[in-house]
Design a protein around this ligand. Structure first.
Ligand SMILES: Cc1cc2nc3c(=O)[nH]c(=O)nc-3n(C[C@H](O)[C@H](O)[C@H](O)COP(=O)(O)O)c2cc1C
Length: 184
């Protein structure tokens, strides 16, 4: 059974970028892929800030990352980058934590001027964690979708839903390919 983790990097609740994750998880579950949901904001703040990898919520998160075949990671743009809380969590992951995993990055932001956060800020960190395959990812503007109660209620731009669905399909395809590959 293929199993993934959604990793929410926003300190906010409700959260736009987290609603993207819920949308993707629902699509994947319809494809027989199970999804666990981890929100960095739920981890113990002191342990995160002190990089205390022995803290119980951090330990639990590390186990959940390790158990996933793939990870969808979503962050809002904060000051032209990903969020600080997300970076604090990525910093406690051991080197190689994403090895052999397929990673789909998603970013939401208010300005189209910051779309390159995906390529210039987030992807290099994922590469540093040795991600097996980093997919293209999707940047969505706040103006392109509406959300409520943790879910997307409406896409307001013609191509927004299509781009998201295509990215999830590519993610699922890569996961199935990984599952079918002989063990090395
Ligand atoms: C502290 C803060 C900083 C932000 N900085 C940016 C920014 O530099 N560029 C941008 O496009 N949007 C910026 N935004 C807007 C958020 O990225 C955007 O609203 C995002 O979709 C919020 O997602 P969330 O609800 O999951 O936190 C900022 C929002 C906050 C609260």
């Amino acid at each position: 059974m293929t199993h993934i983790l959604t990793l929410a990097g926003s300190p906010a609740s409700p959260s736009r970028s987290s609603a993207l994750l819920a949308y993707c998880a629902r699509l994947l579950e319809a494809d027989g892929i199970t999804a666990d949901a981890l929100a960095v904001r739920d981890l113990d703040a002191a342990d995160l800030l002190h990089a205390n990898v022995k803290g119980p919520t951090i330990q639990d998160a590390l186990v959940r990352v390790a158990a996933a075949d793939g990870i969808i990671i979503a962050t809002p743009v904060y000051k032209a980058a990903y969020t600080g809380v997300l970076k604090a969590f990525l910093d406690v992951l051991p080197g190689g934590a994403l090895a052999h995993k397929i990673v789909l990055p998603l970013v939401s932001g208010a300005s189209s001027g910051h779309a390159l956060v995906l390529d210039y800020a987030l992807k290099p960190v994922l590469a540093a964690l040795n991600a097996g395959l980093i997919l293209n990812g999707v940047y969505l503007l706040d103006s392109q979708f509406e959300h409520a109660n943790g879910a997307i209620t409406r896409f307001t731009a013609d191509d927004a839903e299509t781009r998201l669905i295509e990215s999830v399909q590519n993610f699922a395809k890569a996961l199935h390919h990984l599952a079918d590959a002989p063990e090395s």
